[in-house]
Design a protein around this ligand. Sequence first.
Ligand SMILES: [Zn+2]
Length: 330
Amino acid sequence: MKTASIGLPNPKRMTLLVLRDANQPVKQLHVSKPLVIAVPLIALLSISGLIISLQIQSNQTIGKLEKQIRSQDLRFEAVVTDKDAAIERLQNEVIALSSQSQEMMDRMERVTELESELQKFIDKYGNGEDFGKLSSMSWDMDENDSLGVGGEFIAVHENEIEQLALDTRNQFEEMSSMLDEMEKHVPITLKKARQTQYTLSGTPSEWPTLSKRLTSNFGYRTDPFTGRASFHAGIDIAGKTGDPVYAAGAGKVITTAKDGSHGKYIIIEHPGGLQSWYLHLSKISISEGDTVTKGERIGSVGSTGRSTGSHLHFEIVKQDKAVDPLPYLE
Ligand SMILES: [Zn+2]
């Protein structure tokens, strides 16, 4: 449909011609002029009102959205800050753990050294209960050897990681106190073991009397009875009759006897092949065939046999030949 306005003599009215299809007649509409102006004007006004109100509404919506986005941004920022702080905490935790781990490793190495020393001793000398217990204790430790600081934490939630770090720290503390205990006990046991080793040791190195005063050295001397040059095959140590005489080393008693020259005497054969001789005794406390430990009392100082006074004649015999005992004695 098309409309067209045509000017007419009446200035207050307007005629609108409505042109429809070609074969239909033209229709004329007579309308007043103010109405023709008013109708589009009203339409225009209401459309612009609508547009304005839409604009206001959309501005409000946009404002709200912007507000929401801003607050979400802030929240995201807060979350990111939290994460950064958590990562920093974890990093510090891991650093602390790794330095602890190093310290633990050092200490474990020390304990392991002690343990292997002890193990060598146990392998060599014995099946003593205490040693067995101690070595099994050390083997238990091996289960903890794999404890370390891992790098798998990225895959899990930071709360879990913090818990893990805490657990690990606790485990370290537990291990640390375990090591404290071991460091205290192992050296004591080792000392005991060494004492046992010393007692069992076959080298005649223990001083055989209470007194350490020598009255005659090993070697050539003037014989106290004849005044002639002679060879002294051992050392003479001053002592009161009845003073204890100790085995210089562990071994087997091969001779307990008495004669005019040696008096009452003892010969001990040591595992290394050396013999120790104890002469002029007042008393013999052990028997032939006995096994003695180092430092065990075997008799008493005396002056039996070819002796001018109470003393111990001590001799070490190596491959049937007397040697100077002093280098052997501690
Ligand atoms: Zn002598």
